[in-house]
Design a binder for this molecule. Structure first.
Ligand SMILES: N[C@@H](CCC(=O)N[C@@H](CS)C(=O)NCC(=O)O)C(=O)O
Length: 204
C-alpha cells in the first residue's frame, strides 16, 4: 500500500491508522508549499490534487473517511473496527460520519478564520455569523462529550478508527483553543495524543 501524505493535513489520519495497524506501507510525501500536489504525476493519482490518496493494489482511494474505513476493515484481526452487523458497528458508523460531516466542518470554520490576516477577521464576518458558528461548534462538541461520557473510547471498550478520526479533529480544535468549555474532550485528546502510533505518524 502507498499513502500520499503531507504533514498537518487530513492525511495524518490514515497515517496514524496505518501506524496503529502496524502493517507495512510506503509513504509518499508531497510538499504542498512547492505544489507537488499539482504535478501531472500526482494528478494522475488524484485529479483533484488533494491529499490523502491511498493506492492499495489495483485500487486508488480518495477521501479520508473512505480510506480510514477501508484500512480498518482490511485488517479485521487488528480490531480497529467492530464486527459487521454488530450494534457497535452501527455506533462506529455514526461516529465516523459525525466526525466527517459535523465535527470537521464546524472546526474548519475557525481554522480558516485563524488563517485570515487580523484586519480581515472582523470585517469579513458579521458578529451574527460568528455567533452561529460558535453555537454550531458547541452543539457538536456537546454531542461528542455526552456520547463519550468520560469514557476512554467512542465505541465500546476498545480503541477504534473512530477514535483516530475524531481525536485528530479534536486535536486541531484544541490547538485553536476551541475546547476550553469541554475539559473531558481535552483529556480525550491528550490521552490519545500520547499513543506511540501518533508520535510515529506526526513526527516520523
Ligand atoms: N474531502 C477530502 C478533502 C481533501 C483535502 O482538502 N485535502 C487538503 C489537505 S487537508 C489538500 O490536499 N489541499 C490541497 C492544497 O491545499 O493545495 C478528504 O477528506 O480527503
Amino acid at each position: 500500500m502507498k499513502l500520499y501524505f503531507a504533514p498537518r493535513t487530513r492525511a495524518v489520519r490514515p497515517r496514524w491508522l496505518l501506524e496503529e495497524l502496524g502493517v507495512p506501507y510506503e509513504l509518499v510525501r508531497l510538499d504542498l508549499d512547492r505544489q507537488e500536489n499539482t504535478t501531472p504525476s500526482y494528478l494522475a493519482v488524484n485529479p483533484l490534487g488533494e491529499l490523502p490518496a491511498l493506492v492499495d493494489g489495483d485500487v486508488t482511494l480518495l477521501e479520508t473517511l473512505a480510506i480510514c474505513l477501508h484500512l480498518a476493515d482490511r485488517f479485521p484481526e487488528k480490531r480497529l473496527a467492530p464486527p459487521m452487523g454488530s450494534a457497535e458497528r452501527g455506533s462506529y458508523y455514526q461516529w465516523m460520519a459525525f466526525a466527517e460531516a459535523r465535527l470537521d466542518p464546524a472546526v474548519m470554520e475557525f481554522y480558516w478564520d485563524a488563517q485570515l490576516p487580523e484586519e480581515q477577521k472582523t470585517s469579513e464576518r458579521s458578529e451574527e455569523e460568528s455567533a452561529k458558528h460558535r453555537t454550531r461548534l458547541t452543539g457538536v462538541l456537546d454531542f461528542i462529550d455526552v456520547g463519550l461520557g468520560g469514557r476512554e473510547f467512542l465505541v465500546g471498550a476498545t480503541f477504534t478508527a473512530a477514535d483516530v478520526v475524531t481525536a485528530s479533529i479534536l486535536h486541531l480544535a484544541h490547538k485553536l483553543m476551541l475546547l476550553d468549555g469541554h475539559p473531558r474532550l481535552v483529556e480525550y485528546v491528550k490521552r490519545h495524543s500520547q499513543r506511540p502510533a501518533v508520535r510515529r505518524a506526526v513526527l516520523g
